[in-house]
Design a protein around this ligand. Sequence first.
Ligand code: HEM
Length: 119
Amino acid sequence: MQFVYNVILVLHFVGLAALLGGFAAQMKSPDKHVTKVMYHGTLLQLITGALMVVFAEAGWVDETINHSVVGTKLLILIVILVIAVWSRKKPAPQVKAWAAVGILTLINICIAVFAGAAS
Ligand code: HEM
């Protein structure tokens, strides 16, 4: 089960790359907006993060979840998701939505790394 958990963690990083990569790639674009790749990265973060919590809570892997860290990351991710869905049908540029998603993603990375989601 540890192998499957690690695969899910890799996918968690893929989602992170999609979010942050989608943000960074538009740094110089005049049409900054929340792209489909960023939106799908958000969904991947949510699914893989939730799955890792399930694996740890079920005792399938030897990981202890830090609930306050995961809860905070989940709240921030929900905000990202709301912004992504809200700005999806709107015409570019959507600079505020693009910037908010990038900054919130960076905050979530800092929370994950400095506070630790699991140990
Ligand atoms: C934009 C949103 C998110 C970002 C940028 C993010 C980023 C990260 C990063 C960088 C790590 C690796 C840190 C480490 O292992 O020391 C990590 C691990 C983890 N994340 Fe997230 N995360 C996000 C959302 C979520 C959500 C919503 C959940 C739960 C519902 C979640 C659950 C976890 C768990 C359980 C781990 C621990 C993996 C392990 O160390 O075994 N994450 N996340």
